[in-house]
Design a binder for this molecule. Structure first.
Ligand SMILES: C[S@@+](CC[C@H](N)C(=O)[O-])C[C@H]1O[C@@H](n2cnc3c(N)ncnc32)[C@H](O)[C@@H]1O
Length: 275
């Protein structure tokens, strides 16, 4: 592919999703876009660039962007945030007026393992939450991933990674070679298409935001913008969880790391908390 065409496609992807494709990603474009190119009888990536330059090809552009997202996820990924959440939820439940649900946002939820891990964490707490409803919103830019998340059906490989066997038996039903999330957990989560480059104001306020392993694909100005927007949606006593390789340091002063907790951030201006 010519450098000019690569830059054109990479520019389109960045403008649509924030994802930065560096010049060494030519091979990734070949492998990820191969199926789409064959189906559309487009001979090469250069030909794709020509087609996307020439015509308004909204569906094809969206499909290209979606194919270039990385959707790797797992249940209870990195463990620690869910242990922290287990301590945090009772405190939030006690602090909220009666009848007010606790709202949790899994931003960039991929195929739903993160949101369902949150649902399991809340369900396991049971009476400790005093009957408080926990509402989870899972959002992603990828429609395909949202469909998978909505289905709530996972392979043996997926449930073997990070999900304790007693949780599997308790919260999933076997369905042939696959595992289906229990209806009561499924009912705790709502799914919505949402691009992190857009304003999240319409999604409302959240007590907790998970935005993990997606900022790594963005450049610093985009990270700053997205983190500031997330900070604007989280309750003053709530928290934001980022991925292990992500930080707010040098990007915003609206969130600060929670002392002694990796990957946990809280709105600036509060005195140090422990959970
Ligand atoms: C590596 S997965 C992380 C999934 C989950 N948060 C976790 O940590 O396991 C990254 C997800 O971010 C999504 N994504 C990428 N760019 C996005 C954007 N601009 N807006 C919303 N989601 C985006 C991708 O579709 C993908 O599902």
């Amino acid at each position: 592919m010519t450098p000019d065409n690569f830059n054109f496609l990479a520019g389109l992807v960045k403008a649509r999703s924030g994802i930065v494709l560096t010049a060494d990603k030519g091979y990734m474009l070949e492998t990820r876009l191969g199926t789409m190119l064959r189906r559309e009888a487009i001979a090469s990536l250069d030909a794709l660039a020509v087609r996307l330059r020439a015509a308004k090809a909204e569906a094809l552009t969206a499909e290209m962007v979606e194919a270039l997202t990385t959707n790797e996820s797992s249940f209870f990924r990195d463990g620690k945030p869910f242990e922290h959440l287990k301590k945090l939820l009772p405190r939030l439940a006690a602090a909220r007026p009666p009848g007010q649900p606790i709202r949790i946002w899994s931003a960039a939820c991929s195929s739903g393992q993160e949101a369902y891990s949150i649902a399991m964490t809340a369900a396991e707490l049971g009476p400790v939450l005093g009957g408080r409803r926990v509402e989870i919103l899972g959002t992603d830019i990828s429609k395909e991933m949202l469909d998978r998340a909505k289905d709530g059906v996972f392979t043996q490989f997926e449930v073997q990674r990070g999900l304790p066997v007693q949780m599997l038996v308790k919260h999933f039903r076997q369905d042939g070679a696959r595992w289906r999330i229990a209806p009561e957990l499924r009912a705790m989560v709502r799914w919505q298409s949402f691009n992190l480059l857009e304003s999240p104001r319409g999604l409302g306020r959240f007590d907790v935001v998970f935005c993990r392993n997606v900022l790594i694909y963005f450049d610093s100005p985009t990270k700053s913008r997205v983190i500031a927007a997330l900070a604007g949606q989280v309750a003053a006593d709530g928290v934001v969880y980022l991925g292990g390789a992500e930080t707010v340091l040098g990007l915003t002063d609206r969130l600060v790391p929670t002392v002694g907790e990796r990957g946990v951030y809280e709105p600036a201006g509060l005195t140090a908390r422990t959970a």
